[in-house]
Design a protein around this ligand. Structure first.
Ligand code: FAD
Ligand code: NAD
Length: 468
């Protein structure tokens, strides 16, 4: 096997495998190193893909149990085969990991399985338990080693009862109860999965809102919807400890008035954020620097202190999102190639896959206030839509924030079925600086959820609404 490459990518998540493909397309001799035996990283194996597979399965059950009757569909003996649900999820993951292996072969990318560790700025060692360590040289390296779950003081993740999203996605049996520490993205997606299949779910969130990093109207609306569906949501609650008691866990937390309480559950999911992963990477043998929370420091070109080493994805700063990592993978390969790619971080959308989905791009209203930026806003509920009535979807809204004089779109936030797909319209508007008025003048299909987007742009641009 070759031991000298133009570019070696370390880590095969969405950042790494996309960086490798773009590098190979640009004619570089490219290799990728992955410490596990399967490619795809967090996103494909224990993140985006398996969580969305379970979100889809559980939504089907929830619909059949609670919503079909209104459509005149009657079902008897409805039940859950949790093993089949888990097996389907595993099959979906396998199809995706095989797809990535196919792309590596198609693009003639050399794949090494093993732990990569820098020996110098142009050489790594790859350690695999099943083989002798090998040393490989390269002109350039792209670090894409991703992130791992982090915890909070007093909570020791034992992976048995006190677990992370990884174990939660592969529980051996359907539990009776689960306490989720953190009402961020992982917290609300996992709460949706388990609440829909009749598990007793409690979210303990430190902030005063669910998904506190998004526009606060989204968190408020999501809380209402999820509470109605049966999730117990405790905001302004700070978890102090979690203790594994054998077949259950005892969680101690402080409420908003600093009163201490305990709650028991079969499992506790710790969903309090993730931290960059650089363990055993041998950064000490290079000039690569990290910040106080372990993120690799880069310049605007995503190049580290070591000119031959770049870093992308969760292991550097910014949103921990698969598509952000992918954009950075393409960016670095093209920069190395002397091209002038660009990434506008303010226009990277984020989505929470609850039902309805929540999606967002640009500034939140809270950020505009903090930054003293003038804005006008429009909030449009979705209940008036013929499409929503036909589908029995009653809850949701689209919110547009724009600059008052010229109507530049500053932020768009929505909680609406298929928000993950609808938000792209807003990304295009912002990327090409199309005004709110322009966005209200184009045709949107009827009946569709996108008509709520049109109405929100109409309202934001000071025109009257048509259907409201
Ligand atoms: P990763 O995907 O973490 O990949 C890093 C890879 O590097 C891993 O395979 C790791 O084994 C390997 N590695 C690490 N160190 C070494 C080494 N020294 N040598 C060799 N290999 C190494 N994002 C979204 O955009 N949409 C979603 O719906 C979504 N859902 C999520 C659901 C969950 C439950 C979780 C946990 C995350 C989710 N994310 C989602 C976030 C997304 O998974 C990450 O942002 C994304 O995976 C980051 O990609 P990456 O390439 O930077 O790193
Ligand atoms: P997060 O930052 O979204 O949420 C963590 C939550 O934990 C916050 O709301 C925080 O206030 C709360 N918290 C912190 N300390 C607490 C305490 N002591 N008690 C109670 N609550 C506490 O992080 P996450 O949900 O763990 O997700 C990690 C990353 O994975 C995110 O950055 C996200 O971007 C990514 N992810 C994305 C998706 C998606 O795009 N759909 C899905 C899952 C994960």
């Amino acid at each position: 096997m070759e031991n000298k490459f133009d570019i070696i990518v370390i880590g095969s998540g969405p950042g790494g495998y996309v960086a490798a493909i773009r590098s190979a397309q640009l004619g570089y001799r490219t290799a990728i190193v992955e410490k596990y035996n399967v490619l795809g990283g967090t996103c494909t194996n224990v993140g985006c893909i398996p969580s969305k597979a379970l979100l889809d399965s559980t939504e089907h059950y929830h619909q059949a149990k609670n919503k079909f009757n209104v459509h005149g569909i009657e079902i008897s003996n409805l039940g859950i085969n949790f093993q089949q649900m888990t097996l389907r999820k595993d099959n979906v993951v396998e199809q995706n990991t095989k797809g990535i292996q196919y792309l590596m072969d198609k693009n003639k990318i050399t794949v090494f399985h093993g732990m990569a560790s820098f020996l110098s700025s142009n050489q790594i060692q790859i350690i695999n338990d099943d083989a002798e360590p090998i040393k490989v040289l390269s002109d350039k390296f792209i670090i894409a080693t991703g992130s791992k779950p982090s915890s909070i003081p007093g909570v020791n993740i034992d992976k048995e009862r006190i677990i992370t999203s990884t174990e939660t996605l592969s529980l051996p049996q359907l539990p009776k109860s689960i306490v989720i520490i953190g009402g961020g993205v992982i917290g609300v997606e996992m709460a949706s999965i388990f609440n829909r299949i009749d598990v007793d779910v409690t979210i303990l969130e430190y902030a005063n809102s669910l998904i506190p990093n998004m526009d606060s109207d989204m968190g408020k609306s999501l809380k209402k919807i999820m509470s109605k569906e049966g999730v117990a949501i405790k905001l302004n609650h700070k978890v102090k400890s979690a203790v594994n008691k054998g077949d259950y866990v005892e969680v101690t937390y402080l409420d908003a008035k600093n009163q201490s309480h305990t709650i028991e559950a079969e499992y506790v999911l710790v969903a309090t954020g993730r931290k960059p992963f650089t363990k055993n990477l041998g950064l000490e043998n290079t000039k690569v620097k990290t910040d106080n929370v372990g993120r690799i420091l880069t310049n605007i070109d995503l190049q580290t202190n070591e000119p031959s080493i770049y870093a992308i994805g969760d292991v550097i700063g910014g949103a921990m999102l698969a598509h952000k990592a992918e954009e950075e993978g393409v960016y670095v390969a093209e920069r190395i190639n002397g091209q002038k790619p660009h990434i506008n971080y303010n226009r990277i959308p984020s989505v929470v896959y609850t039902w309805p989905e929540v999606a967002s791009v640009g500034k939140t209203e809270q950020q505009l206030i903090e930054e003293n930026i003038e804005y006008v806003k429009s909030n449009v509920p979705i209940g008036f839509l013929g499409r929503a009535r036909a589908a029995e979807e009653k809850h949701g809204m689209v919110k547009v924030l724009c600059e008052p004089k010229y109507g530049e779109v500053l932020g768009v936030h929505m909680i609406i079925p298929r928000a993950a797909d609808l938000i792209s319209t807003a990304v295009v508007a912002m990327e090409y600086e199309v005004t709110a008025e322009d966005m209200s003048m184009i045709s949107y299909p009827h009946p569709s959820y996108s008509e709520a987007v049109k109405e929100a742009f109409l309202k934001a641009s000071g025109k009257g609404n048509i259907n409201l």
